[in-house]
Design a binder for this molecule. Structure first.
Ligand SMILES: Cc1cc2nc3c(=O)[nH]c(=O)nc-3n(C[C@H](O)[C@H](O)[C@H](O)COP(=O)(O)O)c2cc1C
Length: 330
């Protein structure tokens, strides 16, 4: 465990939360266990995002018991029962993690509709969550489609939740948007206290032997950091005042430094912690501390944001033309 003066240099503030370090454990199965959450704190995590409460998951459970067309009343009853039970378990996880840890505990809601979720968010705040991360996602495949639908979905969910809460609300998005800075700008104007760039989706693959659709690679790899860096740098430059948690493809301490330089305030770690355990957090902080000493950086703010798109002379380096230039010389 890191202690004392060494930790002072890592202090930061993300979305109004005071953090001892900029390393946050991302929402996943890693954070569904109170004891493990405590281990993450001891290893040096600055905050924890609890596993998500999934709108889809609750609906799926309900559908397993009874189909609405068989008996609408029974389906309704079971749906309400299952929802209540799931939310109860989640509230317990928040309360127990809060009792066991002193770092901020961020609840996570994975949703794409707007009905009861705002109410659940309020229960999470009442249970002691320090902030809420909203993982809003819906896979649009309709052919008759307008981009406004996406913006409307994100805006409506965020606005409804914001109205219910006084804790910070952080929005986690995926990377498949036609204009990420524009979406970030809209979310900021509608009260988002921070943004996570990016969620990673369940990957699809095909097994050619069994001729079945199967799960692809569950964990990220380091090449995925490229998109994270590009969009972190562009969003931080174009949407000042919206704190960014960089996520996806961050596997070692150098990746952490890169994200902070690109303009992230914090990073979220998931795959790396699954693969290497909680110790990776301490190792990252130790190595980052050594690097900061060598560079004579006393705090994170001494190097943070240095390479965001607004702080580099040629911000087109973060845009697509760089790719063309690179290959046209070969
Ligand atoms: C096994 C696994 C479970 C995850 N579960 C959730 C989840 O419940 N909610 C969520 O918002 N993101 C979830 N994620 C996404 C991660 O929080 C993270 O955004 C993503 O994996 C990218 O970070 P990484 O490259 O460090 O893995 C999950 C990821 C993995 C690998």
């Amino acid at each position: 465990m890191l202690i004392g003066t060494n930790m002072i240099k890592f202090k930061t503030n993300f979305a109004g939360l005071e953090l001892k370090t900029p390393l946050i454990i991302g929402s996943s199965g890693l954070t569904k266990n109170v004891q493990k959450n405590r281990e993450f704190e001891q290893a040096g995590a600055g905050a924890i995002v609890l596993k998500s409460l999934f709108e889809e998951q609750i609906q799926m459970y309900c559908g397993t018991f009874i189909h609405p067309s068989d008996s609408p009343e029974a389906a309704d009853y079971i749906e309400n029962y299952v929802k209540a039970q799931q939310i109860d378990e989640y509230i317990t996880l928040i309360k127990e993690t809060k009792a066991a840890c002193s770092i901020p505990v961020i609840a996570s809601l994975n949703c794409y509709k707007t009905d009861v979720w705002a109410e659940y968010a309020r229960l999470m705040e009442e249970a002691g969550a320090d902030a809420l991360e909203l993982n809003i996602y819906y896979l649009f495949t309709e052919l008759n489609f307008s981009y406004d639908t996406v913006i409307r979905l994100y805006s409506t969910v965020l606005q409804k939740v914001k109205k219910q809460l006084s804790i910070p609300v952080i929005v986690k998005i995926g990377k498949y948007f036609s204009n990420i800075p524009a979406l970030a700008h809209i979310l900021k104007n509608q009260g988002a206290d921070g943004i996570v760039l990016f969620n990673r989706f369940y990957q699809t693959d095909i097994d050619i032997h069994t001729e079945q659709i199967v799960s692809g690679q569950i964990f990220s790899n380091r090449s995925e950091i490229s998109d994270t860096l590009r969009w972190t740098a562009l969003v931080s430059g174009k949407v000042p005042g919206l704190p960014i948690a960089a996520s996806n493809g961050i596997h070692d301490w150098e990746d952490v430094v890169k994200c902070l330089m690109a303009g992230a305030t914090v990073v979220q770690l998931c795959s790396a912690v699954y693969m290497y355990g909680a110790e990776i957090i301490t190792k990252m902080l130790d190595s980052m501390g050594d690097w900061m000493n060598q560079k004579k950086y006393r705090t994170i703010s001494d190097f943070a944001d240095k390479l965001s798109s607004s702080n580099v002379a040629d911000h087109s380096l973060y845009e697509r033309s760089q790719f063309m230039k690179y290959y046209s010389n070969r």
